[in-house]
Design a binder for this molecule. Structure first.
Ligand code: APR
Length: 248
């Protein structure tokens, strides 16, 4: 299907659920994970098991997070984020499911209640024992002051960025809401994800299985391109605004 066909399909949809990955934020200066200059090209992964069992693992994990935080904190939403805001303004975006952790969707103006963060957020750190939270700015200040793997000041537990690491349990309530949104939409619009990480990538499949159209906008091919009704190759900030302007 060509771009015009995809534009018409989006224009004819009344209940669109967005599904985004790190690729929607690269034009805001936030690196994605699997592009040649992405996070995993420069950092080893520290999974949840290593984080909870190894002080050196925690130090490395926090080093990576503290290094990445200023660009995320200072990033501004881009035209790709605002394309989803336009769908919300048209009353056609009941939910936006994201794997992203920097909250650019909320900062672009989407109501926080409609943004489902499958992988949590890096804007805060949370104690794995008592649940106490501090801001990431506070955590980074403490790291700069020499506390290389900050501990909870309330109970002494391990503080971790409030993201979901590999091997860490997904937020079941958020997953359930995302699954329900995917199964009741008439079009799932996936943008900026390689769609290789599970269980997140099961959400677009669930939408398709429930009868929705699936549109994928991404610079590179994804494993779900074969089941998609429309695939658009291009820079999200360029192609997405034109695709949502027509409808509504
Ligand atoms: N326009 C279009 N596509 C883009 C752009 C852009 N401006 N920038 C990057 N992309 C594409 C890349 O080609 C890539 O296919 O976006 C995709 C981003 O894929 P990943 O880097 O794998 O990011 P994501 O899919 O969000 O990763 C999922 O993996 O490491 C974990 O928890 C992390 O949430 C993350 C999850």
């Amino acid at each position: 299907m060509d771009e015009q066909g995809v534009r018409e399909m989006i224009g004819g949809a009344s209940r669109i659920v967005g599904f985004t990955g790190a690729g929607i934020s690269t034009e805001s200066g936030v690196p994605d994970f699997r592009s040649p200059d992405g996070v995993w090209a420069r950092n080893r992964t520290v999974d949840f098991q290593e984080f909870v069992s190894s002080e050196s693992g925690r130090v490395e994990y926090w080093r990576q997070k503290a290094a990445a935080w200023p660009a995320m904190r200072d990033a501004k939403p881009n035209a790709g984020h605002y394309a989803f805001v336009e769908l919300h303004r048209q009353g056609r975006l009941p939910a936006l499911i994201t794997q992203n952790i920097e909250r650019l969707h909320q900062r672009s103006g989407l109501p926080a209640a409609s943004v489902l963060e499958l992988h949590g957020t890096t804007t805060e750190a949370v104690c794995l024992t008592c649940g106490d939270r501090i801001t990431s700015d506070e955590a980074c200040r403490r790291i700069e002051a020499g506390e290389r793997a900050p501990r909870c000041r309330a109970c002494g537990g391990l503080l971790k960025p409030a993201t979901i690491s590999f091997g860490q349990a997904m937020p079941l309530d958020v997953m359930a809401r995302a699954q329900a949104a995917a199964e009741t939409c008439d079009l799932l619009l996936a943008a900026g994800s390689s769609l290789v990480v599970e269980p997140a990538a099961s959400i677009p499949r669930a939408a398709k299985a429930a009868g929705a159209h699936l549109v994928i906008v991404n610079r590179e091919p994804t494993p779900l391109d074969g089941i998609a009704d429309g695939v658009v190759r291009g820079e999200i900030g360029v192609v997405l605004p034109a695709m949502v302007a027509a409808g509504g």
